[in-house]
Design a binder for this molecule. Structure first.
Ligand SMILES: [Zn+2]
Length: 182
């Protein structure tokens, strides 16, 4: 049976090698990219989602995160700017670290071109560094904070952990709780 991580691992093999990632680090990176499970579901960070919750033609991101990345290489900022895996999730709408809403960065219906972030970020880097893409900040909601922690650590101290997530179907509650605090 083919490894469902195969395509993602193959796609990340070269950048992973360039970044001197060992196999464990590469697997962690893949866990943020999502892998297809069956026809219509995608596994991301150990959770299973409807694929359409992860596969969005619009790439979004936090301009403040990307600007901080850019400061690590002022001569060639695009090579150190990183698209975070949680930005792919439709239900993630804010960077809980910077309180910045995620903004649309680029759009492409073809995944291979959409995930070619280096070229897009090279074009956007001057505007991101200049703050042209910044939006007014807002405090994350309790739901935003809960989702951020859940994705980052897999831990969940809320009542949802026992009542719903025994099935590891995080998507089942996205729609029910996204507009209310937990
Ligand atoms: Zn951020």
């Amino acid at each position: 049976m083919p490894d469902s991580n195969g395509p993602a691992l193959a796609a990340l093999a070269q950048p992973g090698k360039a970044a001197a990632l060992d196999s464990e680090a590469l697997q962690t990176l893949v866990s943020w990219t999502g892998k297809q499970v069956g026809d219509s579901r995608t596994e991301c960070r150990g959770e299973t989602f409807p694929s359409k919750a992860v596969r969005n033609p619009v790439m979004r991101g936090c301009p403040v995160c990307l600007r901080e990345d850019a400061l690590n290489n002022r001569k060639n900022p695009a090579i150190v700017m990183v698209i975070r895996g949680d930005w792919l999730l439709r239900e993630v709408g804010i960077c809980c670290r910077h309180h910045s809403p995620l903004i649309p960065l680029w759009e492409n219906i073809r995944p291979a071109e959409r995930f070619d972030s280096a070229g897009h970020l090279r074009d956007l880097a001057p505007r991101i560094i200049a703050g042209e893409l910044d939006r007014p900040l807002r405090a994350p909601s309790a739901y935003d904070l809960w989702l951020d922690q859940r994705l980052e650590t897999g831990e969940d101290s809320s009542w949802l952990a026992d009542m719903i997530f025994s099935s590891r179907q995080l998507s089942a509650v996205f729609w029910a709780v996204s507009s209310c605090a937990i």
